[in-house]
Every structure is written in C-alpha cells, then in structure tokens.
Design a protein around this ligand. Structure first.
Ligand code: DX5
Ligand code: ZN
Length: 217
C-alpha cells in the first residue's frame, strides 16, 4: 500500500487549518519537518505548530527531526501527537550517540521509529538497524529546504535497500523525501518506496487533491 505524506513545510501558514483538512481528506500521513539551523542550514517550526496540527489531524503525524541531539526532544514530540519519529543518522554519529538507543527511546514512547539519511550517506549504513526500525527515510534532496530538485541517484539507492529488506524478510518501510511529484512517483514506488513525502508538488498544485491522487495512481 502506497502512502502519501504531504510536507506541511509547504503549507499556507495563514490558512493552516484548511491545508490540514485537505490532508485529512486526500492523504495518509502528515509529514512535519523540524529544523534547528545547526543540523541543517534552515529553521522551520516547533511544538506550537505541531500541536495545532495534531488538534485537528485525522491522519498520523510523522515528525522528521533534522536537529542535533534528537534524543532530547523525542518524548516531547511523542506527547505532542507524533505516531512516527525519524532522526538523522548523521546527527547521532556527530554526537557519538548510539542510534539503537534513540530507536529504543522512540519505541518506549509508543511511536514508530525511523532513521533518515542524506543523499551522500551510503544506504548500507542503515543495515545494522533495519531489524529494529519501522521505516527508513531516504532523502532525495539534501535536507533543509522544500522545493529542491530531485536527485536521480535515489533510484539505485532505493533498489539496493529494498532488496536487503526483502532478503531479510523484514517489514521496514521505505519513505522518500525531496522533489517527489506525480512525474517520479511511479518510478519511486517501483524502486521500493512505500511512503512518498511531497511538499511543493502538493501545496503549489492548482488542485492538491488531484496531485495526491495522481501520485497514488
Ligand atoms: C527537506 C524536507 C522535506 C521537504 C520536501 O529538508 O525534509 O520534507 O519539505 O519538500 P519538497 O517536496 O518540496 O521537496
Ligand atoms: Zn522531511
């Protein structure tokens, strides 16, 4: 089953409730990008926005942490309503924190756990954690900004990862994030993606519901 996760970074913050209702009606998951200006060169939003979305969301909240020391905020995002939380492998490596411990912490909050990697991190680096993970988040642009151009090298990366997950008989899902649109959704799914994150291609579309339907198809 393919799930579409609109990235709320591209939503209209002056009319956020309308965009949340659109996701409730047409999509499967809310993708929420949390940036700290250190792990990535941009700032986004924090708890007040996540809690506001959670208060009217009828679909699960997927929190993508692009922050240093992600373990510090896992419990608060769980309390704010997250059903899925991912953190960057690069962030754990930089601080010398064992990714397995962060995964266990996320699970102890009753939340699904994912590890995200940027396009320059080999997918093999995820292999030690696949048994423990509910999903992996493969960035198809460098984390930090919406509206960037999709990196074509994502396809072979997905195929490699998908065959390893299948070879081990695991249920770990593959989420793809960055430059995803109706134009590449089909090929991404064929390469192994199960969750498609899409920001600008949904919210800048004349008809967001149609853009979502066409990615599903
Ligand atoms: C980028 C974020 C993405 C971003 C996707 O760092 O993780 O979720 O919002 O936006 P588009 O779909 O416009 O590339
Ligand atoms: Zn994201």
């Amino acid at each position: 089953m393919i799930q579409i996760a609109p990235s709320m970074l591209s939503a209209d913050f002056l009319h956020l409730a309308e965009d949340v209702e659109m996701v409730n009606r047409h999509a499967d998951i809310f993708h929420l990008d949390i940036m700290d200006g250190i792990q990535v060169p941009n700032l986004s939003y924090g708890f007040p926005v996540v809690e506001a979305i959670a208060s009217i969301a009828k679909k699960p909240l997927d929190v993508h942490l692009m922050i240093v020391r992600p373990e510090k905020y896992v419990e608060r995002f769980a309390a704010a309503g997250a059903s899925m939380i991912s953190f960057h492998l690069e962030a754990a490596e930089n601080s010398g924190t064992d990714p397995s411990e962060i995964i266990s912490l996320i699970h102890s909050c009753g939340v699904k756990a994912g590890i995200a990697i940027n396009p320059d991190v080999p997918v093999e680096k995820l292999y030690p954690y696949l048994e423990q993970l509910d999903f992996v988040l493969i960035m198809s642009v460098f984390a930090g900004f919406g509206g960037q151009k999709f990196i074509e090298d994502t396809y072979p990366r997905l195929k490699t990862l998908k065959s390893e997950i299948d070879r081990r008989g695991l249920t770990c899902r593959i989420e793809v994030d960055g430059g995803v649109s109706p134009a590449n959704a089909g090929e991404l799914v064929r390469a192994g993606a199960g969750i498609l994150v899409a920001g600008s291609s949904v919210f800048k579309a004349g008809n967001p519901g149609e853009a979502i339907a066409s990615m599903r198809g």
